[in-house]
Ligand binder design. Structure first.
Ligand SMILES: NC(=O)c1ccc[n+]([C@@H]2O[C@H](COP(=O)([O-])OP(=O)(O)OC[C@H]3O[C@@H](n4cnc5c(N)ncnc54)[C@H](O)[C@@H]3O)[C@@H](O)[C@H]2O)c1
Ligand SMILES: CC(C)[C@H](C(=O)O)[C@@H](O)C(=O)O
Ligand SMILES: [Mg+2]
Length: 361
């Protein structure tokens, strides 16, 4: 089993180091190879996704990814921005299905500013389409002023676009996930989130998802506009089971949902292609505001490593062990600052990693 380790920038290096320590105590035979990505790769090689990094990722069974980006690259043009590295990995590896499970661990319910009845027992799955939509639609660009004056661009544009096969395959992923969850006692409902009242792309999305839904009579399907979904997520989050949506809406709704779990530092993710090859990363970014301070929450990354063991490496028992260890550490009252509340013990990134490693031993 070969794992490509791509820590990236900012807190990416800090949190991935803890996840690697956790993987190393599992007594499983992995080959891990680390490579530069994002701003770190740009600084060293002049490109955020060097050919060698992409090759390593493509040749691995799974990729463990930290985060990319920093304010210092904000002036760079699009192809060279660190964020292009993660987009390039997703596109080149065909990682179209992004799973972002928003699970609120019981130990964190009391710490949240949200009402306990709202989040206690919360376990919803956001499935975000990851290689289409306005992120990748063509054409995109800037139109230069008609008098030819440069750099005076007059307008900029991106194209929102989905093909039928792209919608069909993500819909199947969502219905199958709902079926699996139903077998484990969940409701068996897919909520497709769109903006069909305004956008052609999402009217089409809604039609195609409805069509695919007919193949899953055992699964309930409802449709919701994205603005309403954003509101319902905080009003009554437990009304959702599986949420399926496009690239852009999924990006936004998953950050919102992370706060139902206590913090963005608690939300893992898996991005899969049709060969079950996967990239695993926390849903958050490189957090330049806290980078280098040793306070980032490594649990989203550690939980992403658990998803990697379950989905790509056929090691479900090891994944269960990691998740149990995370719960044990939270039960001990250990908290990074983002999930800290009165009466608990504040720890840093590596102390949190230490505690998970100890719980695993
Ligand atoms: N997949 C990725 O690599 C990815 C994802 C999102 C953002 N980004 C990039 O990251 C950079 C920063 O973006 P941003 O600030 O908008 O989003 P961010 O997710 O990096 O941070 C948002 C806020 O959440 C906090 N936060 C994030 N992760 C945390 C953790 N593990 N523990 C504790 N607190 C945490 C940060 O301190 C910050 O206050 C940008 O360059 C952005 O493009 C990368
Ligand atoms: C960094 C950025 C390209 C990325 C996205 O928008 O997909 C991030 O926000 C995420 O959620 O993984
Ligand atoms: Mg995001």
């Amino acid at each position: 089993m070969k794992i490509a380790i791509l820590p990236g920038d900012g807190i990416g290096t800090e949190i991935v180091a803890e996840a690697v320590r956790v993987l190393n105590v599992l007594d499983l035979k992995f080959e891990m190879e680390t490579a530069l990505v994002g701003g770190a790769a740009f600084d060293a090689h002049g490109h955020p996704l060097p050919e060698s990094t992409l090759k390593l990722a493509m040749a691995s069974d799974a990729v463990l990814f930290g985060a990319v980006g920093d304010w210092k690259y904000d002036t760079l043009d699009r192809p060279l921005r660190p964020e292009q590295a993660i987009l390039g990995l997703r596109k080149n590896m065909g990682l179209f299905a992004n799973f972002r499970p928003a699970i609120c661990y019981e130990q964190l319910v009391g710490a949240s500013s949200l009402k306990p009845e709202l989040i206690s027992g919360l376990d919803i799955l956001i499935i975000r389409e990851l290689t289409g939509d306005i992120y990748f639609g063509q054409p995109r660009g800037r139109r230069v002023a008609t008098d030819g004056h440069f750099p005076g661009a007059e307008e900029a544009f991106d194209t929102m676009r989905y093909s039928k096969p792209e919608i069909e395959r993500i819909a199947h992923v969502a219905f199958q996930a709902a079926r699996k969850r139903k077998a484990a006692g969940k409701e068996g409902r897919v909520t497709s989130v769109d903006k069909a009242n305004v956008l052609e792309t999402f009217q089409f999305w809604k039609d195609v998802v409805s069509e695919v839904g007919k193949e899953y009579p055992d699964i309930a399907l409802d449709h919701m506009y994205v603005d309403n979904a954003a509101m319902q997520l905080v009003k009554e989050p437990k009304r959702f089971d599986v949420v399926v949506t496009g690239n852009m809406f999924g990006d936004i709704l998953s950050d919102e949902a992370s706060m139902l779990t206590g913090s963005i530092g608690m939300l893992p993710s898996a991005s899969l292609n049709s060969k079950n090859q996967g990239l695993y990363e926390p849903s958050h970014g490189s957090a330049p505001d806290i980078a280098g301070k040793g306070v980032a929450n490594p649990l989203a990354t550690i939980l992403s490593a658990a998803m990697m063991l379950r989905f790509s490496l056929n090691q479900a028992a090891a994944a269960d062990r990691i998740e149990t260890a995370v719960k044990a550490v939270l039960a001990q009252g250990l908290r990074t600052p983002d999930i800290y509340s009165e009466g608990t013990t504040k720890v840093g990134t590596s102390q949190m990693g230490d505690a998970v490693v100890k719980a695993l031993r």
